[in-house]
Design a protein. Structure first.
Lengths: 395, 355, 293
């Protein structure tokens, strides 16, 4: 027994040592090939963020990383202020997000992109606040992320705003008389929109006849929720969920011959780009989204083209929000005269000053000018889109 | 002198205590110097919590000999009840250690009660059937806590299940369904974690060396023989199970009080498995091994960050290789040969350098 | 009518669980190990079929065959590399290795095929059979799933009871050393079991993704755990047990969602499992059928 333990110990140590040695090599190699690093000579402002780069939620983290990388490359090519970007993996977990955040702090992060998904974002936002490092989250949309923190701002809509806006839109446009909702109750994004939607629907006198939920673990069979909606006679199905689950719902509804109007939120964006998805099923689906990859303006076209060239995919709203984050920071840094040799805390104070007064126009602001309120929430105008012939059309 | 008088077990236990204390002192000195990275510093409390989880699970799996796949469920029960208490307390007092101690005790007691309730019917089963029931139980806890809403205002606690019907005037939500705990008083500290490890080690070592402990191990080694000499199977099984659950509950409070937000799905099947990995890799019944394995495997994924995209792949490979290396006779021999050769070379080098 | 349609959805979901559970139960019966990587072999199978049909335009049947071949090889390779060296090791060591293998497969899949979800092509077709003037619509996919499940089940029962290899499998599961003394090659029998289990996993993967067409690297994880539960539910080691356990689990899940609460459906499924095991500690069919495979 004793010998065994000793051997195990020795082995463990050897392995860890070997790995750390490898790790050292890996680091050196990375820095050179990284095209988001600043051009030689000029010192760069270090921007760090955490997001799920592995695991079930990695699609969101990777999109943010790629969107931000494109923006940083563009900014650095301008030749003025230089940025250096580093994204660390948090596997959509608050504990790992804090570890990732601390890793970035050791690296010398001066401005933080906080975290990609809401639960990790709430955890890292608390660290942002304690450490006085300015945070701008591309997509951590829960109100808890910015609540009571003066130096954490959001680039995305906050969830409650989307719920309210959706209910108002449905009521104003008289899209449905009997409404069914299917939401993901273990996802703060979905549950948050749902809660506000119900509140607003109640106030506006919309009739909600069926409510169904699902979780990450039961995200495959929707027959029960759909037949409940069908039997309740719902003519509009509100889906405050992401497009992967929505694609399943559309397919299964079609299989059972149920064809209500579908109404989604910004998480629905991306459904047309889903590999293998029959876009005919999404025909007539409505959604409120601040970003559409099919928009005709120059900035979006440029971004989508670059993204497709580099990563072979159509960017979703996560990528667009991240792209906007970098440009908002760029604008704020230029306005405030931030330089790379400032400490994180100095930058933090300047950023708060800027973001509380700044006006910003980007890919996701719908052609209008956006501002931030004191709570750190952005004012954006959601746009109603409808899918026709496999493309978004403004409503 | 005194070391010689002690028997083998006591000596081994003393070494374990010493190892924990020395590690604590070294880390404290490093923190004092400021020469510790913020990443490692941020991981100190989680490491302590995982160590407690590992040694408590080792009590069930290693000492009692029953496979449990739902240990994180007890962690969850303890964490959520303990933090609710901590939130209530933090409105009345600022004494952080006091808040932590009281909430840990509450968390431990709640987890022990849950452990008892689960244990009574379940411990009749054995082997893989017991394993699957503990797995199921962990999932049930997760499902319930995911739908639990607890709010606190001037008039006290408000609780509702499935739908958030909590109506408060100017209160705060403590447990907000799938959003989990959002207003955690962050009272955990490395020192508290260190003390908890020592306390748990003390309890386990004394239990194992007591009459009850020997009865429990007799059950593990041969249930029928143990029964025939008059050992009460249910009582002793339940005893180990409940103690293990209580420790997991306290670890849960410690872990949770280190973060600003924790969700129910954090304590899922994967976390239970992670802790089981610590136990198996450290050696069944070997507490020191569990402590080392928990520390190494918690730090490892962070050290692997420079592999970027390949990080978790490398982690998986390391895990498989470690299991093969420690359990396959041929490989084991080969590796010990390599190690002894390396040792030979190193000492030779050291010698020449000294000259 | 609604009840009937829920029942059919339940049986359909349950059939998929049953096919996955077969893989668990066979491996458990023979090697006495819980192969936690089984769910991820399912995912690999689905990806292979996806790329064969979508990227190379193969006929779906060819895609299924190819993914069966690939998964069979994968199963054998996994067994050789990770499990075979541990035949004499404690069961827990093998369990952890299997978990490591599961992480490995998931992360490899993410690196190879990215994590953006793929929508699985409808191998079977999206239509449905309408009964009672359209009041009851049964998707084609459901019918195919149930039929395939029954065919596989009867095929396996025949294989295990009537063929030479099947008999040696039963012998090994009964008593390894006695089987060895009788001249049965235990190692190759175990490898054979992994091969069959993995081929079944490929079919399960295609069916799972045909019924619920989103494919990601973690697609197999949760159905894997549920199917493992189903295998224990029916009595682990028993082939008919896997069928009964799988289908019952599917029905309980759908009914819990429909009539109790969609939020708590998983908790209810697991609670039912606990009750059944307390009443019948070896699962539904665990004892009655003493032959194990």
């Amino acid at each position: 027994m004793k010998m065994k333990t000793k051997k195990k110990l020795a082995l463990g140590l050897v392995l860890t040592m070997g790995l750390t040695m490898f790790a050292g090599c890996g680091n050196g190699g990375d820095a050179k090939t990284d095209d988001t690093a600043a051009t030689d000579g000029a010192a760069a402002i270090k921007i760090g963020g955490t997001g799920p780069l592995t695991g079930g939620a990695s699609i969101y983290g990777i999109a943010v990383k790629q969107g931000a990388e494109i923006a940083v490359a563009e900014v650095n090519a301008e030749g003025g202020l230089q940025f250096e970007l580093k994204m660390e993996d948090d596997a959509h977990d608050a504990e790992k997000a804090v570890n990732a955040y601390n890793t970035l702090k050791d690296w010398g992060m001066q401005i933080s992109l906080n975290s990609v998904t809401s639960i990790p974002a709430s955890a890292t936002a608390a660290e942002n606040f304690n450490d006085r490092i300015f945070g701008l989250t591309p997509s951590g949309s829960a109100p808890d992320v910015t609540k009571d923190k003066d130096n954490v701002y959001q680039m995305c809509f906050s969830d409650p705003n989307q719920g309210t806006a959706s209910a108002q839109y449905i009521s104003e446009q008289k899209l449905g008389t009997k409404i069914a909702v299917i939401y993901k109750n273990d996802d703060p994004y979905s549950a948050g929109i749902y809660a506000k939607f119900m509140e607003e629907a109640d106030a506006l006198g919309l009739e909600v006849v069926s409510e169904g939920t699902f979780t990450t673990d039961s995200q495959n069979d929707f027959s029960v929720q759909l037949s409940d909606a069908k039997n309740a006679g719902a003519d509009l199905l509100f889906l405050p969920i992401y497009y992967d689950a929505a694609s399943l719902i559309l397919t299964q509804a079609n299989n059972m011959g149920y064809a209500p109007k579908f109404f989604g939120v910004d998480g629905m964006d991306g459904i047309l780009a889903l590999e293998g998805f029959d876009t005919a099923l999404a025909e007539g689906v409505m959604l409120l989204t601040p970003f559409s990859a099919d928009a005709e303006d120059e900035a979006t076209k440029n971004f989508v083209a670059k993204y497709q060239e580099k990563y072979g995919e159509v960017p979703n709203q996560f990528a667009a929000d991240a792209y906007d984050c970098i440009y908002a920071l760029y604008q704020a840094c230029n306005n405030a005269g931030v330089t790379a040799d400032m400490t994180a805390e100095e930058i933090n104070d300047l950023m708060i000053e800027q973001f509380s007064t700044m006006e910003f126009e980007g890919l996701t602001t719908g052609g209008a000018v956006a501002t931030w309120n004191e709570a750190g929430e952005i004012s954006k105008v959601p746009q109603g889109m409808v899918i026709q012939n496999g493309a978004y059309v403004g409503m | 002198m005194s070391l010689k008088i002690m028997n083998k077990t006591t000596r081994s236990n003393m070494i374990t205590y010493a190892m924990v204390i020395i590690a604590f002192v070294i880390v404290q000195v490093l923190i004092g110097n400021g020469s510790i990275s913020s990443r490692l510093q941020g991981q100190l409390v989680p490491i302590c919590a995982y160590i407690v989880m590992a040694i408590s699970l080792n009590l069930t799996v290693g000492v009692l000999g029953e496979l449990s796949l739902g240990h994180a469920g007890f962690m969850s029960a303890g964490a959520f009840s303990g933090i609710v208490v901590a939130s209530c307390l933090s409105q009345n007092t600022d004494n952080e250690p006091l808040i932590l101690v009281i909430s840990m005790i509450v968390g431990g007691v709640v987890a022990a009660i849950v452990g008892f309730l689960v244990g009574v019917p379940v411990l009749r089963l054995s082997g893989d059937y017991l394993a699957i029931v503990t797995l199921a139980f962990g999932e049930i806890i997760k499902g319930i806590v995911n739908n639990l809403y607890v709010g606190l205002d001037g008039s006290g606690l408000h609780v509702s299940l499935i739908k958030n019907t909590v109506e408060m005037t100017d209160g705060t939500m403590l447990i907000n369904g799938p959003m989990g705990l959002t207003t955690i008083p962050r009272v955990a500290s490395f020192t508290a974690g260190f003390i908890l490890i020592l306390v748990c080690l003390f309890v386990i070592f004394n239990l194992v060396n007591s009459k009850s402990g020997r009865a429990i191990m007799a059950l593990r080694d041969n249930r029928i023989a143990a029964q025939s000499v008059g050992i009460n199977v249910t009582n002793y099984k339940l005893m180990a199970f409940v103690i293990s659950a209580a420790m997991a509950g306290m670890a849960g409070v410690l872990f949770t009080a280190n973060f600003s937000t924790v969700v129910a799905s954090k304590f899922d099947f994967n976390t239970s498995i992670l802790i089981l990995v610590f136990v198996v890799l450290g050696g069944l019944g070997n507490m020191r091994g569990s402590i080392i394995a928990a520390t190494v495997l918690t730090v490892l994924p962070e050290v692997l960050r420079s592999f970027s995209d390949y990080r978790m792949l490398v982690y998986a490979i390391v895990l498989i290789v470690m299991m093969l290396a420690t359990n396959n006779p041929t490989l084991k021999q080969g590796i010990s040969m390599i190690i002894s050769k390396l040792k030979g070379k190193n000492s030779a080098k050291g010698g020449s350098a000294n000259v | 009518m609604i009840f009937l349609s829920h029942l059919i959805s339940g049986i359909s979901l349950g059939s998929i669980y049953a096919i996955i559970a077969l893989g668990y139960t066979m491996v458990y019966g023979i090697a006495k190990m819980l192969n936690f990587a089984h769910g991820d072999v399912i995912m690999v199978g689905a990806y292979i079929c996806f790329f064969a049909t979508m990227s190379y335009g193969w006929h779906p049947i060819m895609g299924v065959l190819l993914s069966m071949v690939v998964c069979t090889l994968l199963g054998i390779v996994i067994d050789r590399l990770a499990y075979k060296p541990l035949r004499q090791a404690p069961a827990l060591a093998v369990l952890i290795t299997a978990i490591g293998m599961s992480y490995f497969l998931q992360n490899s899949a993410q690196l190879l095929w990215t994590s953006s979800p793929k929508v699985f092509p409808s191998v079977i077709g999206n239509g449905s059979v309408k009964l009672f003037d359209g009041a009851l619509a049964i998707p084609h996919v459901t019918i195919v799933t149930i039929v395939v499940c029954l065919v596989i089940m009867s095929g396996l029962v025949f294989f295990v009871n009537k063929t030479r290899v099947g008999k040696s499998m039963r012998a090994v599961s009964e008593d390894k050393s006695a089987a060895q003394l009788m001249g049965i090659n235990v190692n190759s029998t175990i490898s054979m079991t992994f091969a069959i289990g993995s081929a079944l996993a490929a079919i399960a993967g295609v069916l799972l993704c045909s019924a619920y067409p989103t494919l990601t690297p973690t697609t197999g994880a949760m159905p894997g755990i549920k199917a493992f539960t189903a295998a224990v539910f029916g009595g682990i080691g028993s082939i008919p047990g896997a069928l009964v356990g799988g289908i019952l689990l599917g029905i309980v899940e759908i009914f819990a969602k429909a009539y109790i609460s969609t939020q708590l459906s998983d908790a209810i499924v697991f609670a039912v499992l606990i009750v059944v095991l307390i009443v019948k500690p070896t699962g539904l069919l665990g004892k009655k059928i003493s032959e194990k495979v």
